[in-house]
Design a protein around this ligand. Sequence first.
Ligand code: ME8
Length: 641
Amino acid sequence: MTERPTFYITTPIYYASGNLHIGHTYSTVVCDAIARYKRMQGYDVFYLTGTDEHGQKVEDKAKAEGKTPKQFVDELVGGIKDLWKLMDISYTKFIRTTDYYHEKAVQYIFNRLYEKGDIYKSKYSGKYCKACEAFWTESQLVDGCCPDCGRPVEVAEEESYFFRLSKYAPRLRKLLTETDFLQPQSRVNEMVNNFIDKGLQDLAVSRSTFKWGVPVPFDDGHVIYVWIDALSNYITALGYGGEDDANFKKYWPADVHVVGKEIVRFHSIIWPAILMALDVPLPKKVFGHGWIKLGGQKMGKSTGNVVDPYILAGRYGVDALRYFLLSEMPFGADGDYSNELLLKKINYDLVNDFGNLVKRTLAMSRQYFGGKVSAAGEGTDADGELISMINGLLAATDADMDGLTVNKALDDIFALVRRANKYIDENAPWTLAKDESRKPRLMRVMYNLLEAIRVASTLLLPFFNVGPKKALGALGVGLPDSFDGAKYGAVSEYTTTETETIYPRLDINKELKELEEISRAAEAKAQPAKEETMQMITIDDFCKLDLRVAEVIACERVEKSEKLLKETLKVGEEIRTVCSGIAKYYTPEEMVGKKVVLVANLPPRKMCGIESQGMLLCAEKDGKVVLLSPESDIDSGAVIG
Ligand code: ME8
């Protein structure tokens, strides 16, 4: 048996730091469609996806939720795998960067680079973006902020290991300008002008300010930079640096790494440089696709305006969401999501065009011929256009998929679907059926339509999960696992059966209202969590607080209240009255003589008839409440800040 050609395709491995949205779903569905298409073309496909689980962001988030980082990522990964199941993603392997074999292989890679002299130890001082875990030079900042995410950066100094990225600049320049390595071509200029030609700096590839990462094998105080850890997944998943590297030998180099445009820099500069240093062949292609935007803005896990793929796929079916993602975005460019656009595409393309074609044709085949239709019958010149579209479709979609223009492949398939609908109107089978002598012609019209449905459905299989399977089932032809039969005449006889409605029509206005309600409810639910973890203040905001050390000189319970104590405070020369809800935790006697922290510039507020002139700061956990005090003695009235 001859070996099948291999095809290795990857998605980015997504941060296990929050729920995924339709942006992530987009990359994964696009790769899935390509992987399935290649399988049907006869390739031995390895499709890799997974999760990027280390780094400070994850460590911080886990801490905020009172979990260990591993507990935190384990919970998220379960949800991510469920989403891919729901979306019918046919990945070959799901890699987690916390997988033991991956961590070991990353250490092997780091060691190799160190032994080769491509990693050395030095000191770094520069601008650091905590969210992206990236150091930037002054010239790379945009308006003083991180060029990737736009957040403010902080000055940081760290002892670090460095990768000699600068050494590879000439080879990288050649790779980007003289080959098709990076696509679409529009991304090449950005990489060359903004990064390579501005002077590539050596890259800090270890961190010592947090622990949640793969330890540098020969230096306990450092963990390996999360991007070195993450990028390595593309080879460690195949066994590189491990005990069994048969898959690495078989599938590497990757045919294509599909990534969003914001991480093209990591994949087209840092990743090839690491591979060059390791003497490992380069992937054949990096494809940087555009963003799905919402109201003109990129969706992000932290921006809040995230569309939930669980809800959309659950409500409208996997095909609808897959179709929207695959067809709406010209691959490589940005596209907009709106509920209205999604619903209209469902009704226009899936219901009116595909669903209707199948329903009408099947109903007529049963009505006129009891479901038995064959190639016998009378063809005419008028069939030529439809037949040539059927015969030309596979070559067209092959070319589209080779160019990774998945949306064009769908356009081509739907052009045949629309042509077939027009063919029904042109040939008016209901008129032919009235005249017994036109039966042979009617038979051929029905046959041609069934052939169009069969070929279109066969080619739709990599893109959709439900509709084409139902259609092929009703045609009685079984599910093909290759495109061999995707031509006119490959099936000569049909016995059709009735099929339920493939895609139900939606009431767009009703759905729009319901979706709005769902997202309002979700936003309201997410609000408290967002406030706890996300709301940043500026230093100016902080400076608005007037915090003072105050001394409690008298204290009593407030009558009619179980919670309140009334304190008399000395704040420098000033005397103030403050009510605090701490009667359950402190007796008035315990309070007298304490130095506490007072928020001194809150507007006065009446509590149980007493005017409270400020607030005392307390810490609270698991029902325990304690007052904050200065660490050693200091005069009352001292300013805190
Ligand atoms: O960057 N439109 O992970 P991540 C289209 N862990 N695609 C989008 C998108 C949008 N609005 N939002 C996200 C990371 N994506 C790293 C990757 S790889 C070695 C490490 C997709 O969770 C797109 O593919 O932030 C983007 O590159 C990826 O999700 C970012 O996912």
